[in-house]
Design a protein around this ligand. Sequence first.
Ligand SMILES: Nc1ncnc2c1ncn2[C@@H]1O[C@H](COP(=O)(O)OP(=O)(O)OP(=O)(O)O)[C@@H](O)[C@H]1O
Ligand SMILES: [Mg+2]
Length: 335
Amino acid sequence: MASNTERNVVVELRDLKKYFPVKSQTLIGGMGDTVKANDGVSFKIYEGETFGLVGESGCGKTTLGRTIIRLEKPTGGQILFDGHDITRMSNRNLRPLRTDMQIIFQDPYGSLDPKQTVGQIIGEGLLAHKMFKKGPELEEYILDIMDKCGLDDYMIHRYPHQFSGGQRQRIGIARSLALDPKFVVCDEAVSALDVSIQSQILNLLKRLKDEENLTYLFISHDLSVVKHISDRIGVMYLGEMVELGGAEALYNDPLHPYTKALLSAVPTTDVQRKGEKIILKGDIPSNVHPPSGCRFHTRCPLATEKCRQEVPIWEEAKPGRFVACHHYEQTKEMG
Ligand SMILES: Nc1ncnc2c1ncn2[C@@H]1O[C@H](COP(=O)(O)OP(=O)(O)OP(=O)(O)O)[C@@H](O)[C@H]1O
Ligand SMILES: [Mg+2]
């Protein structure tokens, strides 16, 4: 594989921020407060890679995926997509880029219109973007996409409720792929499926990526799934990126204590990675008023006074391995 400096960048995020206003006076926030769903995220996604994104519920994964493809307006920072600065681009200017950026959801059923046939669902975007007119050519194209996604021809006139969860996810994938995108956000795309079906859908996504030259942002709270499919993995905590690296390297030698704790909770048969499960103390803090210094310090077994006071910088600790931690050199000894 070419080194990162030679590879095309599909997505580049620079200090990306997405805040949501806290609507009413509640226990966690007053008027004018904001939920810091993404708070200064910077990384690149290279053409042809699967970039895995992990972190606990509420850390900001879905928000990041939606903001990258401009389903949300960023609060600050910059998003470059395929060479275009789309940070503040109008919907009108975004329109021609829309087909290039697609999203696959956890619950395809919720996003598949029950009143439309599979053919109508897959064809809808093609008609809306004027890529086809109604007719035999469109039908032929839809059947071809269905075939690539493992759906039989007869299904074209059926409705989503007539299918199993795995098949519905194939319909959702076919709908996204029909538009011939460059970049696909897979948001918990297999999380609702049985384990045996999960691996079928993961294999389908892998095959399609190669055949259709796709680039994925693969979001999941399930580290074993992410490891299975990702080339590189980013770990998020409370709206921030805490670690990023190659999937193998990150898995075998986590640099951030949070990554290590997450990995220790994954059941494994891996002899290299045996060890105690690291139980993190305390709850996930508020993303309205995040902790001072390192946001992870309230739960970190390695935390010191410095962690309470100083925000750790995002640095390249080893080639291709990024981390934001004052004490990453001690993570090995942890647990
Ligand atoms: N539209 C919104 N308005 C207000 N707050 C929001 C909105 N969308 C997300 N949030 C908040 O932003 C934070 C991040 O949410 P997000 O859904 O991105 O997390 P996640 O990592 O995808 O979680 P999960 O693993 O449960 O899917 C949460 O505190 C959430 O409540
Ligand atoms: Mg989510």
